[in-house]
Design a protein around this ligand. Structure first.
Ligand SMILES: [Zn+2]
Length: 403
């Protein structure tokens, strides 16, 4: 794997994600050491290399819902998708990734998921997993959901499902027991101990979550329901999501759920963000995740895997089609998921002391290079962990200037 670089990065457009304009960054030891308009003297004294980044520089993205070991199993034997590769995730600009199980539990399990998260971590990404699965009682790795979170660093919360007909998670006592375990895990570990909820198409929508909040005082900050951009023609979920977000909760829209990916039962995620904003939801209460690794119709009668690149596709679309500013469009995949995952200040932000997870765009707002933990994981032929030719433009590294 590439060594971490010690460098001074110069960009005309730094998004932290707030728009800071022309800035320089000093990166060393995997972290951002300093930000300022002119760090030349410090960089020279420390022997840092200079990197020119002609396009925008922004935080590496966070995807809190990825099927590392492949999903799609619920759509039949021909929809079982392969594992995601490090290259696919890194080149998509995702530097922090959370993996989970899908509907299959016969041939896929949490051991495989944890091993895959460790592999991706070893190659340079920051990874976590959710324990549990869609069904209740939930599977776990050690002796309970609570123990998994308390004892295993990579376990950051639990997945479950509501409003889903293929898993009978409609029993309030079972969901309440899981919520109680998460509250205990949070108290014991100090981790986010999130309840990551797949929300299916049943008309009950978020009612089970509202019941948890009302009867158990379960904090809205500990739940992230996903797939909220289901079509209002199918379920009242979107309206429930607006209600939750206005009450301080965070709602997650799924990139592949929409007509663009041959799923007309979903609202296009860009339209969903705009619609939520128009309804009075603050952008801080919205996250976006790719659901990569699942299967969607390929438009020719078959199925194809959702690629991790779908996340940046929709961040870019929020700007180019949705007319949001970059600093606003970045929040649902940087600062907001960092907050819900308990990673604020370390992830999803460019600030002194934060991890050096950076996304470099070219002049067409396409991904040119990606740095994770101070290492180039994409776009630099000499620093790529596999030594492959870099896809796309890349950026130039100059040798240290001698006086
Ligand atoms: Zn999923």
């Amino acid at each position: 794997m590439a060594e971490p670089v010690f460098c001074r990065i110069c960009t005309p457009a730094l998004y932290a994600p707030a728009n800071l304009g022309a800035q320089e960054l000093l990166v060393g030891g995997g972290r951002i050491l300093a930000i300022g308009p002119d760090l030349a003297t410090a960089a020279q004294a420390l022997g840092a290399r200079d990197i020119d980044a002609p396009g925008r520089v922004m935080p590496g993205l966070i995807d809190q819902h990825m099927h590392f070991i492949g999903g799609g199993d619920g759509d039949g034997p021909l929809a079982r998708m392969p594992e995601l590769s490090f290259t696919d995730i890194a080149s998509a600009g995702i530097t922090t990734a959370v993996g989970l199980l899908g509907s299959e539990v016969e041939a896929k399990n949490l051991n495989q998921l944890l091993r895959k998260a460790n592999e991706l971590d070893r190659l340079g990404l920051t990874t976590f997993i959710y324990t549990g699965s869609m069904q209740l009682p939930a599977p776990f790795l050690t002796s309970s959901i609570r123990s998994d979170i308390v004892l295993i660093d990579k376990v950051i919360g639990a997945k479950s499902a509501i409003a889903e007909r293929i898993f009978p998670n409609l029993d309030f006592p079972a969901l309440a027991a899981l919520a109680g375990e998460l509250l205990q895990a949070k108290a014991n570990s100090g981790k986010a101990s999130l309840l990551h909820l797949h929300v299916g198409r049943l008309k009950t929508g978020l009612e089970p979550l509202f019941e948890l909040m009302e009867k158990l005082d379960f904090p809205a900050s500990m739940a992230v329901p996903t797939h909220i951009n289901r079509s209002p023609a199918v379920t009242p979920l979107f309206e429930h999501g607006i209600r939750l977000a206005k009450a301080g909760g965070t709602i997650d829209f799924t990139c592949c759920l929409g007509p663009l990916d041959n799923l007309p039962v979903g609202l296009d995620p860009v339209a969903a963000v705009k619609r939520a904003l128009d309804a009075g939801v603050a952008i801080e209460n919205i996250t976006l995740s790719g659901d990569s690794g699942v299967a969607v119709p390929d438009g020719a009668g078959g199925m194809c895997a959702v690629a991790p690149s779908i996340l940046f596709r929709d961040v870019r679309r929020l700007v180019h089609e949705g007319r949001l500013s970059w600093d606003m469009a970045l929040l649902p995949t940087t600062v907001n998921p960092a907050r819900v995952l308990g990673l604020s200040g370390r992830k999803g932000v460019i600030a002194a002391g934060a991890d050096a997870d950076l996304l470099f765009l070219d002049e067409d707002d396409r991904i040119a290079a990606v740095m994770a933990g101070g290492r180039f994981v994409h776009g630099q032929t000499n620093l790529n962990p596999y030594g492959e030719a870099a896809a796309g433009g890349g950026i130039s590294i100059r040798p240290k200037q001698t006086p």
